[in-house]
Design a protein around this ligand. Sequence first.
Ligand SMILES: Cc1cc2nc3c(=O)[nH]c(=O)nc-3n(C[C@H](O)[C@H](O)[C@H](O)COP(=O)(O)O)c2cc1C
Length: 368
Amino acid sequence: MAGNSFGRAFVVTSAGESHGPGNVVIIDGCPPGLAISAEEIALELARRRPGQSGLVSPRDEPDRPEFLAGVYEGRTTGTSIAILVRNVDVRTRDYAAIIDKYRPGHADYSYDAKYGTRDPTGGGRASARETVARVAAGAVAKKLIRESFGAQIVGYVKQVGAVVAEVPEPARVTEAEVERFADGTANPVRCPDEAAARRMIALIEAVRADRDSIGGVAELVATGVPAGLGEPVFDKLTADLGKALFSIPAVVGVEYGSGFLAATMRGSEHNDVFVSGSPIATETNRHGGMLGGISTGMPLILRAAVKPTSSIAREQRTVTTDGAPTTIATKGRHDPCLLPRFVPVAEAMVALVLADHWLRWRGQVGRR
Ligand SMILES: Cc1cc2nc3c(=O)[nH]c(=O)nc-3n(C[C@H](O)[C@H](O)[C@H](O)COP(=O)(O)O)c2cc1C
């Protein structure tokens, strides 16, 4: 009922706040025998962690995952897996000045309206610190789907503000291209179009200098997904992926395949014709790899629009918790653009859905 669990067969449950002792995730339903190490999980967490570049929040979290249960001698046992990631760099004093004010665009007011109480430090449960649990569980899910059917999930930043990347063949983008520029240096914005990436970086630096923030779009591509995953009618793969992405903080829109552009097209333009072969494929992929909510074997392609970070240093009008007019300027450590750190979180959520649907497919159909 309380919404801290996700999935039906590969079930994750998380707990944790921004400035509490840590975040924990329990994974139920992972098959036994999967080789997984804390180092593999740490690699994914390093892509999400604050302090990883000059473009993100400077909060310095080492994000070292600790297995508490479910893994013996480097392999899952089939029992519930528990992973703890401790919070180390908490700075509660940053929030003292705004404890009785509602940040415009953040969840302070709606949490108070619902519960009548909240942990205000760092945004509490509404802080994206909870996404560390998603990424830890997603690392296990990624490994499971890679080993089970060769799936790969690559996410990247497609747009920041008005700067849009040219990515002609999404299914060919590699994680290496997303993480590094051609000269081998780190690509802090995670956009595979280098020219666009450099413009995005300049834009993010400019908005930060202006004590502001900026939104954008991430694209997610899953390759190697076999035809047949997804359940009619309420648990379509499209629906579960939509929920997975919409559950990430700051997501304001999700589309797959041609998405909202389909509204402007005719059927004769939009239909992806089938071509013979084994397996059967389509010539184009405007359907984003899913028809009837079931995967077709073509790459899954989704996009998520992410709003500009609400906590900004610029002064804005708001009210106190008693409803009196006041102003607010959020100090503390915030991302001027959420997109670079959003990418690994979104990949993790796609992996969780695919792991879940793979196990459900195996349980009901299971003929491959
Ligand atoms: C990876 C990531 C990092 C985030 N960092 C911040 C941040 O530093 N400051 C902030 O105000 N919001 C941040 N957010 C967004 C807030 O968590 C989110 O806007 C807030 O919980 C309200 O939820 P909503 O935007 O979905 O309505 C982040 C989101 C993500 C996905």
